[in-house]
Design a protein around this ligand. Structure first.
Ligand code: ATP
Length: 195
């Protein structure tokens, strides 16, 4: 099975690309979703986070207080690194397992959306990287249109992500998402003519 990652900055069109593959019956996974699964009650990641960060980051119902943790790591780089060292190996392990299931089922292609692939390094199970690319001003406009985030919050996230020009060297396929959806589909069809 050949495994493709979709990556790119916030609001650059990653999910839109993923949906195109789903429309063509290609199985997809989402690293953010897998990360959420890892911190459900009963999962080892949650126990490790509770042990490392303390009970202040747990809700009364036993779930992770995601907002409290988000604020903590936003203002504290060391905590961010610690959290990542707990979560990333578990996310990778879980993703590898899910991909193995898809391979065993006989799928020949699978696609994983990994927003922070460039920041965290390409996992071994990814063969090719698809980069979703548009201008920073388009990213901001699209996130604002979709979620009404404040400009400063979007800019802050973008500042923590790899700069646009530095992403290209990590990409095997670049999809220009700045044009309309028809153009995006044509580009995907060009790269995946058999789908
Ligand atoms: P996030 O990083 O926030 O998860 P994303 O990279 O997955 O975002 P999408 O959710 O695919 O990006 O796109 C962001 C917004 O921009 C969505 O509302 C989507 O419908 C819109 N969008 C994506 N691609 C295009 C396009 N080519 N033309 C117009 N709008 C688009």
């Amino acid at each position: 099975m050949k495994t493709y990652a979709i990556t790119g900055g916030i609001g650059s069109g990653k999910s839109t690309l993923k949906h195109w593959f789903e429309k063509h019956n290609i199985p997809t996974l989402d690293a953010d979703q897998i990360a959420r699964e890892q911190v459900q009650p009963g999962q080892p990641a949650l126990a490790a986070i509770a042990k490392t960060f303390g009970a202040d980051f747990m809700l009364k119902d036993g779930h992770l207080d995601r907002e409290a943790l988000r604020q903590k790591i936003f203002s504290d780089q060391e905590s961010k690194t610690t959290l990542e060292s707990i979560l990333h190996p578990l996310i990778r392990q879980a993703t590898a397992k899910k991909l193995q299931v898809l391979a065993d089922e006989g799928h020949t292609i699978a696609v994983v959306e990994i927003p922070l692939l460039i920041e965290t390094g390409k996992p071994d199970y990814i063969d090719k990287v698809i980069l979703s690319d548009c201008s920073p001003s388009q990213q901001i406009a699209r996130v604002q249109r979709r979620s009404h985030w404040r400009y400063e919050d979007i800019a802050n996230v973008m500042k923590q992500q790899t700069a646009r020009k530095d992403r290209y060297q990590h990409a095997d396929i670049i999809i220009d998402t700045s044009a309309d959806l028809t153009s995006v589909e044509l580009q995907l069809q060009h790269h995946f003519p058999k789908l």
